[in-house]
Design a protein around this ligand. Sequence first.
Ligand code: NAP
Length: 457
Amino acid sequence: MAIATTNPATGEIEKTFEALSDTEVDERIARAAATAVEFRRTSFADRARWMNASADYLDAAVEEIARVMTTEMGKTIVAARAEVKKCAKGCRFYAEHAEAMLADEPGDAAAVGASRAYVRYEPLGPVLAVMPWNFPLWQVIRFAAPALMAANVGLLKHASNVPQTALLIEETFRRGGFPEGAFQTLLIGASSVERILRDPRVRAATLTGSTPAGRSIGSIAGEVIKPAVLELGGSDPYVVMPSADVERAAQTAVTARVQNNGQSCIAAKRFIVHSDVADAFEASFVARMQALRVGDPMDEETDVGPLANEQGLLDVEKYVDDAVSRGARILCGGTRLDRPGWFYPPTVITDLTPEMSMYHEEIFGPVAQLFRVNDAAEAIALANATVFGLGSNVWTRDAAEQDLFVRSLEAGAVFVNGMTTSYPELPFGGIKESGFGRELSAQGIRAFCNVKTVWVG
Ligand code: NAP
């Protein structure tokens, strides 16, 4: 894919970039490796100062960065501003808590015949981060803030359609005061990733992206024995049971499905509603989806902007057309908008069967699949009938039922009476084909640490 800014609201190419040559990539890796040697000796206090200054820069540059993101991938300007602010908070969170999260942990010295035994967390060195365009700042910051605070150094290969955002991230950490080489953006295509991952100076990798990309990076990392975190796709269930506040569930369902123009890994994608409340939920949900304003993402009144690229639009169209041709029923939306750019309207679709491809795959656009079930067991079986296991949502006010769903849903997270989202304070990640490893919280910062056991006789 060409490295370029193509505005999804118009389909026009606004800026193109040359990919780095292999020699230039090698120079950047050498710089990362050299920086890693010195950087691991810096103090938490120094790194926290640089991280907080990076957060200050993000806060000061909210408008500039938000406009670049909206231009490059079409999220609404309101959502883009919120993302930049969330990133500043994420940086501050790790500036404040990293030292405590990575403090030495005493072990039971007497039990192992030592005078002292403890665990210490040490950096691994250069980490390659392969990132997607959908939250082009947050996906990177949630890797970079903990990684840098743990004294690792970062090499970013961002998605090819967000090069200006990618360069702004490097600029953010440079302006924050981090040493040159602590965080570098490599403008390269996906085909250059394997060479970098195989380079012995690169010690680990993280990928947020599709399952096929995860398979590729995971298998190479396995071959060269390097730790990897994989944050992949999802088709999260959103279950509504009879005791739920149905109106609130329907209102939240809209945000859960159309946030980021429907392009979020943890978006609720399959709405599984108990038959006792299905009519009420459907009526409210469909009315709210229809009422959303689709349009120019730079307009503050817009709820849903375009899909990020033409292929994304074609994929959504294909899934919907396939389902309709096999008997699915459209409750609203269902056909692309007749205007320049890659716009698809908020869509609700029902009467779905396993013969339809969207039943099994991830649909990355504002299309909600609506199912009716007769009891909790049926809801759980359908919720788990997917290769994915990222987030999950259930609405019920019955305490025993809450407990049943928390225990039974196969996912990296369960949100009860709310929608799945990410917080720096809580771990984030999936199971099954949604990936492995965790980001955020103390788990995320330790993901790229050597957990060193120390035994002193
Ligand atoms: P993608 O095609 O997998 O791209 C993600 C990144 O991987 C890009 O930088 C891409 O580079 C690179 N890439 C693609 N194929 C590769 C390969 N074979 N080897 C090495 N690198 C490769 O995914 P996307 O379409 O941008 O993003 C949407 C997907 O990401 C969805 O499935 C979504 O659910 C998932 N996602 C998951 C999470 C999570 O936290 N679990 C969060 C957000 C998104 P190019 O751009 O140059 O192709």
